[in-house]
Design a protein around this ligand. Structure first.
Ligand code: SAH
Ligand code: SF4
Ligand code: F3S
Length: 498
């Protein structure tokens, strides 16, 4: 099966296969760990937690799997081809293990959780299988492997958020960082494997989130992306004990000082919702940019939009996956919103945050999708004019509600043709959206040199568009700079510092 994604848009598997390096400062003289991550940002963030847990046990990381003592592959199950990629990669690790029989190979993440001990039966080279909630057990599991036992821990937890673990920043530019704010998902979209691989939804202690963001800012980081499968359902009760021993009073007073935003479901419970959390993180510093992903159309509130409006440092960019533009398909997908509801949320974004960038995920060829229903997805795209889109053909996942209830009855060539129509439309819209940004001055956070030339810097504007401009003396990555956009390619603005 193939996934066609616009080459000029982002894709949640675009960072697949990146090797992750420990910072040199955390080096220790012990065994060498190689860790490779596939799938969404959550997995990349989890790999930083894994590296941290093992660094404490004397592991140093390497980017050369052939010389590693332990090879970990942090896997994704979202579509069949994501799993196929991992199987192919394991074949390469097999050769390494054949040459160095002592090498330990471990499978982590969503595929580990989905397949459990079956993985050990199916892939003889695998020594250890560990699900996303069991990473604290890794040192113990590795010890078992050292003792000659292959080991598995795929227990899911209702509480684990790794809140107290200080992630080792891997492959970092020292400017942007992911901060996980919740784990799991309770939504049960019928096509989706995530609720099975990641377990029940739980929110991380708000104090530890603010502390992590403050630490990052003090280390020189200038942008955090708050991560969760459905950030709008973030909910943390502040009268519980913070695992990091943080200042609970501080968190509550943030809320009391806010005054004008009425949100409180139950004030006596001191509930921190997503809008409150956004505000707390935005207040770390006006120079710390705040992004977040993913928002669910059923849950995104006007309160979140007004909080975004109130703070210049909360980026005006929302990823709001539509999946389909037809209400009947949305119902079969169990997305719990209709076409009209989604359009109402888009109207709210445009009214409250004019100029806010919007991106989406689309699935084509879901069970029973007719040509008319597909046309409604295309017309939804016309309505919104997305800045970016991640576009996929439906891939049936074993065990999901859709796999049990509906036939995967759209022929592959029809799925592919519909996907191409969607890609074509998105390409046109992305171009128009970028053209609209020309002639304007953008505040850009410089992230480093452009991929193509050391004569140019690259960074992103508030709306998440990549901006390229000539390097100027005295100006460095990590700084904000005003850039006049003069031209564009299909996905990038090109300009000059003003
Ligand atoms: N929590 C996010 C999505 C996480 S998965 C949300 O609810 O929006 C990322 C995207 O993968 C989904 O938005 C969906 O578009 C796509 N996806 C998930 N399961 C899929 C499947 N079985 N086949 C094809 N695409 C799928
Ligand atoms: Fe999957 Fe739906 Fe949860 Fe997103 S909200 S992770 S698509 S079940
Ligand atoms: Fe994939 Fe798991 Fe993320 S299935 S998309 S790595 S939550």
């Amino acid at each position: 099966m193939i996934d066609l994604a616009l080459p000029d848009t982002k894709h949640d598997e675009s960072r697949q296969g990146e090797a992750l390096m420990l910072e040199p400062t955390r080096k220790s003289g012990g065994r060498k760990l190689y860790i490779e991550s596939y799938g969404c940002a959550m997995n990349f963030s989890d790999s930083e937690i894994v590296a941290s847990i093992l660094a404490d046990k004397g592991f140093e990381t390497t980017n050369d799997f052939k010389s590693a003592d332990v090879i970990f592959i942090n896997t994704c199950s979202i579509r069949e081809n994501a799993e196929q990629r991992v199987r192919n990669r394991l074949k390469e690790f097999k050769v390494t293990k054949y040459n160095n029989p002592g090498t330990v190979v471990g499978v982590l993440g969503c595929m580990a959780e989905r397949l459990k001990s079956k993985f050990l039966e199916e892939e003889k080279l695998v020594d250890v299988v560990v699900g996303p909630d069991a990473y604290r057990d890794l040192p113990n599991l590795l010890e078992k492997v050292d003792g000659g036992q292959r080991s598995v821990n795929v227990l899911l937890s209702r509480e684990e958020t790794y809140a107290d673990i200080n992630p080792v920043r891997l492959n970092t530019n020292g400017i942007n960082a992911f901060v996980s704010i919740m784990r799991g998902c309770d939504n049960m979209c019928s096509f989706c494997v995530v609720p099975f691989t990641r377990g029940r939804e739980r929110s991380r202690d708000a104090i530890s989130i603010v502390e992590e963001c403050t630490d990052l800012f003090n280390q020189g980081y200038r942008e955090v992306t708050l991560l969760g499968q459905n950030v709008d359902s973030y909910k943390w009760v502040a009268n519980q004990v913070s695992p990091t021993g943080g200042d609970l009073e501080g968190a509550i007073s943030f809320k009391e000082g806010r005054g004008e935003v009425a949100v409180q479901e139950d004030y006596t419970q001191n509930i921190v919702n997503f809008a409150n959390l956004l505000e707390m993180v935005a207040q770390v510093s006006p120079d710390l940019r705040v992004r977040f992903s993913t928002s669910h159309p059923k849950d995104i509130t006007d309160e979140v939009l007004y909080t975004m409006k109130k703070y210049d440092n909360i980026c005006k960019y929302i990823h709001l996956p539509v999946q389909s533009g037809n209400s009947e398909v949305l119902d079969r997908m169990n997305r719990t919103y209709t076409r009209e509801w989604y359009m109402n949320r888009i109207d709210a974004i445009n009214n409250i945050l004019p100029g806010c960038a919007i991106s989406t995920d689309v699935i084509t060829g879901f069970c029973g999708e007719t040509e008319e229903q597909h046309a409604e997805t295309l017309s939804m795209m016309d309505y919104v004019q997305y800045d970016y889109a991640y576009m996929f053909m439906y891939s049936e996942r074993p065990g999901t509600l859709a796999a049990k209830r509906y036939a995967d009855d759209i022929a592959e060539d029809v799925k592919a043709r519909r996907l191409n129509e969607i890609i074509e439309k998105q390409r046109a819209h992305a171009h128009v959206r970028l053209q609209n940004q020309l002639g304007k001055v953008h505040k850009v956070l410089i992230e480093g040199f452009s991929k193509k030339s050391k004569l140019d810097y690259a960074g992103r504007n508030d709306q998440n568009a990549m901006v390229i401009f000539p390097v100027k003396e005295g100006i460095k990555p990590g700084q904000y700079i005003n850039v006049l956009a003069q031209s564009c390619t299909s996905a990038t603005l090109i300009g000059e510092i003003v």
